[in-house]
Design a protein around this ligand. Structure first.
Ligand code: C2E
Ligand code: CA
Ligand code: CA
Ligand code: CA
Length: 278
């Protein structure tokens, strides 16, 4: 920093490269949400373990910040949750994801797209109508939209969350339990929820190797629980072929992770969407 003649301090680039204050980033986020062009969705394939086929994609938001580059959701989604901006962010993400699913469908590729919902969204009385409006606007069949919620988000307000999820389910939207195993949840609630997919958290998958270690036992019990409740079971964070083998052996249905693909911009998914040659 150097002093100017009026006493103000001008920061050199080296200084401005330090992390900006939360307040500054929050102002930026408000602006980004107002203009909405800096927020982009990346998509990560979900792959059927039996056939290797694409069975859906998860939309993951990134922020193309003008000076900070690509900002990960961990850096701004919690802030949006704490400042009431989350409903605006979710509306934006939903709009983009539904438009993308609709565009893929128009191009001949039927790919269900999953969107993450924050805990706060589950208590937003306007969510159902907004989702319905978007599906109508983009003429997307509801079953091509999937919404992912964590157990903790549901358990924060079980009655209200369950009502919201039932309303969405009645539209035909599919629902997933995200990060399964990290939160606390009771079987009683899981059983009542209109959820058809269980996503086992990455932390249980990361050390998965043999069939007789602790993580294998936990994954096996999650797979059994999911199947007994009529759900499809997805493993998150699959990075190695060894994990794929173990997951197949444990009866898991779907895998998602760097082993198959990282989250990428929509047009990078072309190779996955190309129908296999006959
Ligand atoms: P999540 O929903 O559990 O998403 C999976 C995260 O794991 C993503 O991180 C993804 O990039 C990462 N991942 C996928 N495969 C692998 C792998 O093989 N290894 C490792 N180490 N990581 C893998 P990302 O995109 O940084 O998102 C982090 C979290 O931010 C998400 O966790 C979700 O909770 C939240 N998030 C992302 N997009 C949105 C959004 O649009 N709305 C809301 N409310 N939350 C979002
Ligand atoms: Ca997710
Ligand atoms: Ca997850
Ligand atoms: Ca997570």
């Amino acid at each position: 920093a150097k002093d100017t003649k009026n006493g103000a301090v001008v920061y050199e680039p080296a200084t401005t490269a330090a992390p900006p204050s939360r307040l500054l980033l929050l102002g930026d986020l408000r602006r980004a949400l107002a203009e909405a062009e800096e927020l982009v969705l990346y998509y990560q394939p979900k792959v059927a373990l039996a056939s290797g086929e694409l069975c859906g994609v998860e939309a993951l938001v990134r922020w193309h910040h003008p000076t900070r580059g690509l900002v990960a959701p961990a850096e701004f989604v919690p802030m949006a949750e704490n400042t009431g901006l989350i409903n605006l962010l979710t509306t934006h993400v939903l709009g983009r994801a539904v438009a993308q699913a609709s565009a893929w469908r128009a191009a001949g590729w039927t790919v269900p797209v999953a969107v993450n919902l924050s805990p706060r969204c589950l208590t937003d009385p306007a969510l159902r109508d907004r989702v319905e409006g978007l599906l109508t606007e983009h003429r997307l069949p509801a079953q091509l939209l999937r919404l992912e919620v964590t157990e903790s988000a549901v358990m924060a307000n079980p009655a209200l969350a369950t009502a919201t999820l039932r309303g969405l389910h009645r539209l035909g939207v599919r629902l997933s339990i995200d990060d399964y195993g990290t939160g606390y949840s009771s079987m009683a609630y899981l059983k009542q929820l209109p959820v058809d997919e269980l996503k086992i958290d990455r932390s249980f998958v990361v050390n998965l190797s043999g069939a007789d270690d602790d993580d294998a036992v936990l994954v096996r019990s999650a797979v059994d629980l999911g199947h007994n409740l009529g759900m499809t079971v997805v493993a998150e964070g699959v990075e190695h072929a060894g994990q794929v083998e173990a997951l197949r052996r444990l009866g898991c249905d779907i895998a998602q992770g760097y082993h198959y693909a990282r989250p990428e911009p929509a047009d990078h998914l072309r190779p996955w969407l190309q129908p296999a040659p006959a």
